[in-house]
Design a protein around this ligand. Structure first.
Ligand SMILES: NC(=O)c1ccc[n+]([C@@H]2O[C@H](COP(=O)([O-])OP(=O)(O)OC[C@H]3O[C@@H](n4cnc5c(N)ncnc54)[C@H](OP(=O)(O)O)[C@@H]3O)[C@@H](O)[C@H]2O)c1
Length: 304
């Protein structure tokens, strides 16, 4: 079954779909429904599945297995991303092997298309971890390795000693948090930008400019926000589970936002990160003051 989602060529000459399915949601909230979401997404034409060891890996894996074994899709037509996000690996890179094997076991896979280093610890203490991840590429356990939430300084530092360059950097990006310098650096290094939180935790859905554009193009605000990322050459991985939202989010490849409207969207930048964690209160962070330690504190929530 072919997909209507276009692809982007990465710096290792492999292709990644421009729109992916995110299984970020943590255990309890999506357990029992994420598997159906994965199966619906495959039926609709999604091929990129962004996963994490967040308690629902196995349900995602079972759904992938079902769709591969019933012949709906071939494994090689899927792009599956796993995450290395246990902070312990920064102190003991030998733990990486166990982490990736656990992910492969949960996902019912023999390889990952990409394995992403989530949230660098400290300022520059990730190089040994990266070198250990490179061995996974040497051993065909993963086809590529990538980054999540890396800043400019960390990327520059990584490039001084990497044998395998990261294929993508995944981070929070939307018109209220444009991350202009980071996007430019990634592009200058042929590092694909993968955007999560494209709706700014829903804050953007109330923005007048976005809503006016939605009316003008006869699209929803979500579609405008996704199209905005695609036109910048970014890959987007919004969280959506219900079939109608998954379908709606795919309907962004047959219209163009004009140059002047792209400029208008770019002017909305507030350099603010809007992060909603249902278990915590609503948090607004000034992006320039966002230290890695602060970010790690947020993510440590998931390690409990
Ligand atoms: N690598 C990383 O560090 C990483 C990766 C991903 C996410 N995150 C974190 O997870 C949090 C959530 O991220 P996110 O990207 O999901 O946030 P988001 O894009 O702001 O919002 C996801 C929500 O939008 C809804 N939605 C999706 N498509 C829709 C549509 N077409 N119409 C109406 N509603 C729609 C979903 O509803 P349904 O659930 O009902 O479908 C879901 O509740 C962020 O705060 C981010 O920090 C981190």
């Amino acid at each position: 079954m072919s997909s209507k989602i276009p692809y982007k060529t990465l710096n290792n000459n492999t292709k990644i779909p421009l729109l992916g399915f995110s299984s970020w949601g943590w255990g309890d909230t999506v357990q029992g429904i994420i598997g159906q979401g994965v199966k619906d997404a495959i039926d609709l034409g999604y091929r990129y599945f962004d996963t994490a060891p967040n308690g629902i890996e196995q349900e995602v894996g079972d759904a992938l297995y079902e769709k591969i074994t019933d012949g709906t899709v071939n494994r090689e037509d899927l792009y599956i991303v796993g995450k290395l996000w246990d902070p312990k690996v920064f102190h003991d890179p030998a733990l990486i092997k166990d982490a990736v094997l656990s992910t492969l076991r949960n996902l019912n896979l023999t390889y990952l298309d990409s394995y992403i280093l989530q949230c660098p610890e400290g300022d520059l203490q990730f190089v040994d971890t990266w070198h250990e991840m490179e061995k996974l590429v040497d051993n065909f356990v993963v086809k590529s390795i990538g980054l999540s939430n890396f800043n400019e300084k960390q990327i520059d530092h990584l490039y001084t000693s990497a044998r395998y360059l990261p294929v993508t950097n995944q981070f929070d990006c939307n018109p209220y948090l444009m991350q202009v310098e980071l996007c430019e650096l990634c592009k200058s290094k042929s590092l694909a930008v993968t955007v999560y939180n494209p709706f700014g935790s829903s804050t953007l859905l109330e923005d007048a400019t976005i809503n006016n554009l939605a009316q003008k193009y006869r699209k929803t605000a979500e579609q405008i926000l996704l199209r905005y990322q695609i036109q910048q050459g970014h890959v987007a991985i919004p969280i959506a589970i219900s079939k109608n939202k998954l379908k709606e989010n795919m309907d962004i490849f047959k219209f163009d936002i004009s140059k002047s409207d792209m400029v208008a969207l770019g002017k909305l930048d507030r350099n603010k990160q809007y992060t909603s964690f249902s278990a915590l209160s609503y948090v607004i962070i000034d992006a320039k003051s966002l230290s890695i330690d602060k970010l790690n504190n947020f993510f440590s929530f998931f390690h409990k």
